[in-house]
Design a protein around this ligand. Structure first.
Ligand SMILES: [Zn+2]
Length: 657
């Protein structure tokens, strides 16, 4: 070896050492990096396990209906996507089978088989909603079916901890679209719920081994799970949502590694070339509206929040705040984030923009995580707005089916947006218990939304128990090691009086969230008000009751385009349109159909400046005077909560001058 060669060698050695130390002590390399860990932030509230809050009243009825309907029967409605495809087990994706399986997809590159992750999402998101629903209702029959499923899934776990959809020849070695992390994220979210139910250490250990297997194969800050040679990746970028799993594992075990891994994932996601609006640099660019796939954007909000809390880095806080502002531009009166299915750099619009059911669940879940982290009850308002309005308004009021895409002003549900049927293949604006022509993604998420709402109705904060989302339920938990049961008697948001029956023999604070819309309220006991919460500090004895009366008013509001709409308490009101129903498909299982709707007489209105008044003897029917936008005549129009409607008008423009 010549002297020059030796010099070169030692030079490279120094570079290597610098690179290695740089990687292990990242702060010394990029002092201004938004991904530097400064100090992790403690979450303000602690979540309750799924088993401690039970739905009552209308929410209980809705979950029952789901279980008896599309949630309990999806595997028989689309057996080929669920029962017949053991994608996590015998039918894991492998190079060996691609030739016969990929043919139908057209020109097969040698990479295409890894694209075929969709059934994993359908199966695991469906099961997540299904098992949470069965747990909440303690339905023995469904629980016993699900136990068999969980046993089966655990039997597919490899010795090294791998749980997933790829055989050994494919896993963790991708340079393009893949479902490695996404298939695990959806699966493990469900298994975490099962662990909460059973407290079976075998389940927790299986989840931790699967998580460790991810860390072993995608080492933190030394690998690139989001690298792709082309920027349009669905499964890969959905995979960022494995932060849900790592955050929950951190909460359960207290192991900081899990939370730090979320920071790494968001960093790598941000640094790769991907068409994703939640990447750090894009969030920081105020001139960029959100543009990528809606569902991704709304779920990625949680991952940005996770990375910020894992690092305490103020630059990520700025990115998170900018993200929330950008989402606000995409939000309709009903709380939905638009995207049909792409957000496309265009703002929300009550008539011209649709929203996907998947996005309703994902955005609500993201707001719930932000509520947990910050205690800021504005996030609870946003979650309630979505659940009570957009989500109720996109499920069929009486049949077991949902709209894949829906808009606030919904004049036709015949395939395309508001009667635009130029694309014959567009079937998303219809009602179906599966939506197989588009994708079986929204129906599974429609089964998740109520259980996620219920679980977050109560949270803990130091010595207090927090009624964070309102509605009929019972919570049984421990506060300061004392057992507490609180029954929340109410028909909220359809009524606004809530009685909390507290059974406890200990001292703690009962914190009741005061919804953002409340201006007047009364409480029948001594309380203080703190950060938008009504706090009752008491040494509770036996069974005691607290009654709180939020006095609802009809409020005229404006959406982001200055169109007028009306709310009554937490409910957004709509002018319902009588519809002609067309049954377009009858499924082999009795009671399941696809439907299309067109208006009997399409009448739409402009705002006329008249007040909205309640119709006597019916607390949820209102009337007002609006301007018919074709005759220009004033008409008295009935308004009802939008959650119960199919075709409707929610926003009313000012008449043109
Ligand atoms: Zn969907």
């Amino acid at each position: 070896m010549s002297t020059i060669d030796k010099m070169k060698k030692s030079f490279f050695l120094v570079l290597t050492i610098l690179a290695v130390t740089g990687c292990t002590n990242r702060n010394s390399v990029k002092t201004n990096s938004p991904f530097n860990k400064i100090e992790a932030i403690e979450e303000k509230y602690q979540p309750l396990p799924l088993t401690e809050v039970k739905p009552q009243g209308w929410i209980n009825e809705q979950i029952r209906k789901n279980l008896d309907g599309f949630v309990g029967r999806l595997d028989t409605l689309v057996p080929q996507l669920i029962r017949d495809d053991k994608i996590y087990g015998e039918s894991r994706l492998t190079k060996k089978v691609k030739n016969k399986e990929v043919g139908a997809l057209g020109d097969a590159g040698d990479w295409q088989v890894q694209f075929l992750w969709w059934n994993s999402e359908t199966q695991s998101n469906w099961r997540d909603g299904y098992l949470r629903s069965a747990i909440l209702l303690n339905d023995k029959q469904h629980l016993s079916n699900l136990q068999k499923y969980v046993d089966y899934i655990l039997s597919t776990q490899d010795k090294d901890g791998y749980l997933g959809i790829y055989d050994k020849d494919l896993r963790y070695r991708f340079d393009n679209e893949n479902g490695e992390l996404w298939a695990k994220a959806t699966l493990l979210r469900g298994l975490l719920a099962w662990y909460e139910q059973t407290k079976d250490q075998k389940i927790l250990s299986a989840i931790e081994r699967a998580a460790q297997n991810v860390i072993d194969n995608y080492p933190a800050f030394h690998s690139h799970p989001f690298y792709s040679k082309q920027p349009n990746v669905g499964g890969t970028s959905h995979g960022l949502m494995i932060t849900d799993v790592f955050e929950n594992l951190f909460r359960i075990t207290g192991k900081e590694t899990y939370r730090e891994y979320c920071l790494f994932l968001y960093q790598d996601f941000s640094e790769q070339e991907l068409n994703e609006s939640a990447q750090y640099k894009k969030l920081m660019n105020d001139t960029l509206l959100l543009s990528s796939h809606g569902v991704h954007v709304y779920e990625h909000l949680r991952s940005v929040a996770a990375a910020y809390y894992a690092s305490g880095n103020p630059q990520l806080k700025i990115a998170l705040d900018k993200f929330l502002n950008k989402i606000n531009d995409e939000t309709t009166a009903s709380g939905a984030g638009v995207g049909d299915e792409w957000i496309g750099g265009k703002k929300a619009d009550a008539t011209k923009r649709g929203y996907e059911y998947c996005s309703l669940q994902e955005l609500m879940h993201s707001y719930l995580e932000l509520l947990l982290k910050t205690g800021n009850n504005a996030f609870a308002d946003q979650a309630e707005t979505i659940f009570f309005n957009a989500a109720q308004g996109a499920r069929h009021p009486s049949e077991s089916c949902i709209a894949y895409l829906k808009s606030d002003n919904s004049y036709y549900m015949t395939g395309g947006l508001n009667g635009d049927n130029s694309n014959k293949k567009q079937t998303r604006y219809t009602y179906s218990p599966v939506h197989q022509e588009a994708a079986v993604c929204c129906v599974p998420n429609a089964g998740r939304i109520a259980p996620y709402y219920v679980q977050h109705m109560w949270m803990k904060h130091n010595q207090s128990l927090v009624a964070s989302l309102l509605g009929p339920c019972v919570v049984t938990t421990t506060v300061n090691s004392h057992r507490v049961t609180i029954t929340e008697k109410t028909n909220y948001p359809f009524e606004n009086t809530i009685e909390f029956v507290v059974s406890a023999d200990s001292e703690f604070d009962l914190k009741i969230r005061k919804p953002g819309w409340v201006t007047k309220f009364s409480v029948d006991t001594e309380y203080i008000e703190e950060d938008g919460y009504v706090v009752i500090r008491k040494n509770w004895k036996g069974s005691q009751s607290v009654k709180i009366n939020f006095i609802p008013e009809i409020v005229e509001r404006k959406d982001i385009n200055h169109e007028n709409y009306f709310t009554y308490g937490a409910l957004v009101l709509a002018s319902p349109l009588a519809a002609r129903e067309e049954k377009t498909k009858t499924f082999a299982i009795p009671g399941f159909y696809n439907f299309k709707y067109s208006p009997k007489h399409l009448k739409t209105y402009w705002y006329a400046g008249y007040p909205v008044v309640a119709v006597q003897n019916n607390p949820l029917i209102f009337k007002t005077i609006l301007l018919n936008d074709s005759t220009h005549q004033k008409e008295t129009v009935e308004l009802v909560p939008m959650g119960n409607t199919i075709l409707r008008q929610v926003t009313f423009k000012d008449p043109p001058h």
